[in-house]
Design a protein around this ligand. Structure first.
Ligand SMILES: Cc1cc2nc3c(=O)[nH]c(=O)nc-3n(C[C@H](O)[C@H](O)[C@H](O)COP(=O)(O)OP(=O)(O)OC[C@H]3O[C@@H](n4cnc5c(N)ncnc54)[C@H](O)[C@@H]3O)c2cc1C
Length: 473
């Protein structure tokens, strides 16, 4: 092994398990989730405590080494992926996975940032509480990564995004100072809400080492339904009706196009067509509650109303947990079906909920005009105005041309989005992948403020440089 004063000093502080330097040991930290992109870190630091994170950051600052905080590496915009030049140190939080405390009366829990989301949810459930963040990557993503990306997921319409689910934070700042902001207060108006700055900051302002999370009572009953719906306009009208008629107990309201039902059945042959005949759109909805409420009556009433107004044409209601899981399997399997189609454009955009039908029409027109043989697959979290407006390239297109073609279609899509005052990133963040589109849409005032915040926290530009904002030279 080559002599490297910085890494030797780091190894001394973190111990043998705390630092990986060989290419084969680092392999699982260097490819992103989709396997599309590869990076090359200088090494991977695996601190086991907040104190070790402090020591790591101080040493990086002393030696001028750039750091990349890494959680479960499920992010989709290259934020936790090290640069290819081999100069960045990955700081993985994976060994910091302790549930520090649970207070079921205050409805809070305090956790290490490296806790895997699934484990946090499980620990909350053991105390009759619920940590409601739910997303496809929950078996591998970490709370620190969820905070840094302000993650959302399936239940945002009821419980909000991470921003609404975090009360306090512990953060190691880029100069090695430790900020203990582990408040467990539900109301606190003392000046600026500093912790909120770290939500969605994508590791550019500091390394989150601990968090106080807000819990809800654990839902002890849920009803799921998959409904056939005639149009996007009907989907939106049904959403408004469902929130009102179900006493605002909606916990999920997912839009699924017919094509995705087919993709799900392709990916999971055990699934069969859920309704007697195909419909252009489907809604997968769930209502849930704790306490003695008659959810079946609420749902049946909604469906009667929906059918009377021709918003719902047919539906399958789950009457057991197993049936509910089967309905959710359509939502999960359609992603795999889509992945099997090869390279495609994935987006995570948002518009006001009421504008979804008009946006979908305008965006589809614009994309099809430029590429009549491509295929649009749009689904999403209707209650958040969040669409995954994805595009498969024309099947006959040579592989080598696909990426550029999809990039051009993305630009058209984003132009339409601008007309609707939408967001180019409702979920995944900016990272490196979306930086050009993000910067092109920042006003001079917004850019000045964003650069000012970055400079205040990280004057040396060592904390996840080049993510969200370009690196300073
Ligand atoms: C199958 C799948 C489904 C998904 N579904 C959703 C969804 O429904 N909703 C949604 O919002 N997102 C979704 N995502 C993307 C989402 O961003 C991540 O799953 C998750 O929030 C990232 O957590 P992670 O621990 O994997 O972070 P990583 O990928 O490791 O990192 C993401 C960013 O956070 C930073 N970071 C990580 N840990 C820390 C820390 N401790 N301190 C400071 N910065 C840190 C990194 O530097 C990077 O910039 C999905 C991803 C996949 C693969």
């Amino acid at each position: 092994m080559e002599r490297d004063d910085f890494l030797d000093a780091l190894a001394e502080r973190l111990g043998e398990r705390g630092l990986l330097r060989e290419a084969d040991e680092m392999a699982r930290y260097v490819a992103d989730w989709a396997g599309d992109r590869l990076g090359m870190p200088r090494a991977v630091a695996r601190p086991a405590s907040t104190e070790e994170v402090v020591e790591t950051v101080r040493l990086c600052r002393e030696h001028g080494v750039a750091m990349v905080p890494q959680g479960g590496h499920s992010g989709l915009v290259g934020g936790a992926l090290p640069a290819a030049e081999g100069n960045e140190l990955i700081v993985s939080l994976e060994r910091m996975n302790r549930i520090r405390a649970i207070d079921p009366i205050n409805f809070t829990m305090t956790v290490d940032a490296g806790c895997i989301l699934e484990n946090v949810k499980q620990a909350a459930a053991e105390h009759e509480c619920e940590f409601p963040l739910a997303l496809g990557a929950q078996g591998s993503c970490q709370i620190g990564g969820n905070i840094a990306t302000n993650a959302g997921g399936l239940n945002v319409l009821r419980y909000g995004m991470m921003r609404q689910l975090v009360l306090g934070l512990e953060v190691v700042l880029p100069d090695g100072r430790l900020w203990n902001g582990l408040n467990a207060l539900h109301k606190d108006n003392r000046g600026y809400a500093l912790h909120q700055l770290f939500l969605g900051s994508e590791g550019t302002l500091g390394i989150v080492t601990g968090a106080v999370l807000k819990l809800s009572p654990r839902a002890n009953q849920a009803r799921t339904a998959l409904l056939g719906v005639p149009s996007l306009e009907a989907v939106i009208a049904l959403y408004g009706l469902a929130r009102r008629d179900c006493s605002d107990l909606l916990s999920a309201f997912e839009l699924i196009p017919r094509r995705c039902i087919e993709l799900a059945m392709e990916a999971t042959p055990a699934l069969s067509d859920p309704l007697d005949q195909p419909y252009p759109w489907y809604v997968l909805m769930e209502i849930s509650a704790s306490g003695p409420l008659d959810l079946t009556a609420l749902l049946e009433h909604l469906l009667e109303q929906g059918m009377a107004r021709e918003l719902v044409l047919d539906g399958a209601l789950a009457t057991s947990e197993a049936q509910s899981r089967q309905l959710w399997q359509f939502r999960e399997s359609m992603l795999e079906g889509q992945r099997r189609r090869g390279e495609h454009l994935r987006t995570d955009i948002s518009v006001p909920i009421s504008a979804i039908p008009a946006f979908f029409d305008a965006a589809s027109r614009s994309v099809m005009e430029a590429s009549p043989d491509c295929e649009i697959i749009a689904y999403g979290h209707i209650g958040d105005g969040n669409l995954h407006f994805n595009i498969l390239p024309p099947p006959a297109m040579p592989e080598a041309d696909k990426r550029e073609h999809l990039h051009a279609l993305e630009a058209r899509l984003f132009d339409v989005l601008d007309e609707f005052n939408g967001s180019i990133s409702a979920e995944h963040g900016i990272g490196r992948v979306k930086q050009p589109a993000y910067l092109a849409r920042l006003s001079p005032v917004e850019r000045e403020l964003a650069e000012g915040i970055k400079a205040l926290f990280d004057p040396d530009g060592l904390m996840n440089p080049g993510r969200i904002l370009p690196p300073r030279h």
